[in-house]
Write a protein that binds this ligand. Structure first.
Ligand SMILES: CC(C)(COP(=O)(O)OP(=O)(O)OC[C@H]1O[C@@H](n2cnc3c(N)ncnc32)[C@H](O)[C@@H]1OP(=O)(O)O)[C@@H](O)C(=O)NCCC(=O)NCCS
Length: 188
């Protein structure tokens, strides 16, 4: 497997990446027009957009990220792996590749939001107020929700946006430091 920059001038790659996105996350990208726009928009000097190529160069995964907070923080958005290639380390390889690029650009935090729109976790269908953090502490994975994939890669749950996708359908916020958190900050 190779991981390379997404080249928006390559129409085959753009088409395959958009097809993968629309098929994998239809709630966010319900049609090819919106998926193609997301793919095209992911590329630029301020962006990171990387694709995984399988045999014969087919696109089997895609990850992108954009800077925030003057580049100290990067948002991973989105990440998709072709269904036929899941649970084979492609997602991990894409995120690790992305982390190397974020570190190289001086990022301190990589974060993402992972929605629960269909009962993947115990947060679904709950009113998270007045103690959303209690719900996060007790979270359980009910149906292969990807938050556990990110935990395996070293991300932690850092917050939640209640009702982000409608009542009882939250967005779970996850973050990972791009440095060794065991190393203490020097005193200023
Ligand atoms: C989530 C996704 C990107 C994972 O990609 P993947 O290539 O299957 O993941 P990997 O094979 O690299 O998995 C790495 C580890 O996470 C685990 N894992 C993968 N998906 C998981 C899930 N849904 N729930 C729990 N654990 C999961 C793997 O078993 C593996 O564990 P191990 O290190 O103990 O062997 C992929 O399932 C996908 O594209 N899903 C649809 C789109 C999506 O949900 N994107 C994320 C939106 S925030």
């Amino acid at each position: 497997m190779d991981i390379i920059d997404l080249d928006p001038a390559d129409q085959r790659v753009t088409q395959e990446t958009a097809t993968l996105l629309a098929a994998s996350l239809p709630a966010g990208w319900p049609d090819m027009d919106s998926a193609r726009a997301e793919v095209t928009e992911s590329v630029g000097p301020e962006r990171i957009s990387r694709i995984a190529l399988g045999e014969r160069g087919a696109v089997i995964g895609w990850v992108a990220a954009r800077p925030e907070y003057a580049g100290r923080v990067w948002e991973l958005h989105p990440l998709v792996v072709h269904p036929a290639h899941r649970r084979q380390g492609v997602g991990r390889a894409l995120v690790e590749d992305l982390e190397a690029h974020v570190r190289a650009r001086g990022g301190l935090t990589l974060w993402l939001g992972t929605d629960d729109e269909d009962g993947g976790t115990t947060l679904f269908g709950e009113t998270l107020y007045p103690h959303p953090l209690d719900h996060l502490l007790g979270i359980r994975n009910l149906r292969n929700h990807p938050y556990e994939f990110y935990e395996k890669l070293g991300f932690v749950i850092a917050g939640v946006v209640p009702d982000a996708n409608g009542r009882g359908r939250p967005d779970i916020l996850m973050a990972k430091p791009m440095y060794d958190p065991e190393k203490r900050l020097g005193r200023r």
